[in-house]
Ligand binder design. Structure first.
Ligand SMILES: C=C(O[C@@H]1C=C(C(=O)O)C=C[C@H]1O)C(=O)O
Length: 382
């Protein structure tokens, strides 16, 4: 699989590698088309690996990596669904056989960027004032920080380490000619539909560092954290209500662990066989994205505030990604706990839900903890 990934990466093809939570098998999809594959987001989308940036009005910016090549590590055969033109086929084969190593760079483990963290703190303070003036109920603000890449950094080997470290996350390594290379281990499901037509989504919010040995049922949450997560649950219920779907089941909130952090999570399920919405998956992605776990409530003003006030473009961070209609299953995740690799540098991203009771220094610390999910693995490469 490393050879398949590396050949695609070196040729600048769109490629996605992923592993589902709790499973051992890893899948890869390679798309031979040399253009951006923006898709009409509806039930005729076909199969592949979905990619969406955070800012995606009417989902018109959604990209599908098509399975010209599909391989799952539990099978022996590579599925070739579409043979590229002969020049591309030859160069692909050459790169596949002549495995080359990765770019060189310098890793700096120091990251005392005072200006960037100060800007984030100021931003949170301003947002709290806006919330107290009742402009929003909740807004998720984020930051990004860069470091140099370690020399000889190999994304695929790094990805395998990430899978080992986070067996219960959805891990992915995606490289796209225009969107760059992204690696992540997210705990946040956006939507899934299983083979037997069970739809699922979750409300994930509130964060605590998982230090010391603490049993999940002994974690104590404050009123602020309970309310912050309840806002996300209510947002999901309102999405169901807006299409008059009442036949959902919910379970939670309960404490879950994601790497070095605890969160509160409520699970929602719908048996699609029992409701008049065969296209529930598509409807719900349109309604849910971006959820108030990564954007805010009410959605439009929160979105506008984020695009105006955050000092950088989130790109794929807090967008969504995952396999759609592969082996009759779909699982699309929110792209958090991720990093972007580009020209000798790595960028880390993290956000925190701000409510009227937020304290800026605590929210900054929370984003540091979240970045640590990926950053700690880079620090350990030395
Ligand atoms: C935005 C992130 O995480 C989201 C925000 C959370 C929070 O505000 O407590 C918790 C989980 C995620 O829904 C992130 O990891 O960057």
């Amino acid at each position: 699989m490393e050879r398949l990934f590396t050949a695609s990466f070196n040729l600048g093809l769109a490629v996605a590698v992923w592993k589902e939570p709790g499973r051992d098998d890893v899948s890869i999809i390679i798309d031979f088309s040399e253009t951006l594959n923006k898709v009409q987001f509806n039930e005729n989308i076909g199969s592949g690996f979905l990619l969406s940036p955070f800012i995606n009005p009417d989902l018109k910016e959604t990209i599908l990596i098509r399975p010209d090549i599909y391989f799952n590590s539990s099978e022996s055969e590579i599925q070739v669904n579409n043979i590229p033109n002969s020049t591309l086929a030859d160069t692909f084969e050459y790169h596949y056989n002549e495995f080359t190593s990765f770019h060189q760079g310098k890793y700096s483990s120091k990251n005392s960027n005072k200006k960037e963290t100060q800007e984030f703190t100021n931003l949170v303070e301003k947002a709290v004032e806006e919330i107290q003036k009742e402009k929003f109920k909740k807004i998720v603000l984020s930051r990004s920080k860069e470091k140099g890449l370690p020399s000889g950094f190999n994304p695929f080997q790094f990805y395998l380490q990430l899978c080992q470290k986070h067996p219960l996350a959805f891990t992915s390594l995606v490289s796209h000619p225009t969107l760059g290379t992204w690696i992540g281990a997210t705990p946040e499901l956006l939507v899934s539909v299983s083979k037997d037509n069970i739809f699922k989504t979750i409300a994930l919010a509130a964060t605590k560092p998982a230090t010391g040995i603490q049993k999940l049922n002994e974690v104590v949450w404050t009123q602020k954290e309970i309310e912050e997560q309840a806002i996300v649950s209510r947002y999901i219920i309102n999405c169901f209500k807006s299409i008059r779907l009442r036949e959902y089941e919910d379970e939670g909130p309960r404490t879950v662990q994601a790497g070095n952090l605890f969160h509160l999570r409520t699970d929602f399920t719908v048996n699609i066989n029992e409701v008049p919405f065969p296209d529930l998956l598509y409807r719900m992605i349109k309604l849910l994205h971006p959820t108030s776990a990564v954007c805010g409530t009410p959605k439009e003003p929160a979105m506008n505030y984020i695009t105006e006030m955050e000092k950088y473009d989130r790109e794929l961070f807090t967008g969504f990604l995952g396999p759609i209609n592969i082996n009759n299953e779909t699982s699309v995740y929110v792209n958090i706990r991720c990093c972007k690799i580009q020209s000798g540098k790595v960028s880390f991203f993290a956000g925190a839900g701000i409510t009227k009771d937020s304290v800026a220094a605590n929210e900054l610390e929370e984003t540091n903890h979240k970045m640590y999910t990926l950053e700690s693995l880079f620090d350990n490469l030395h």
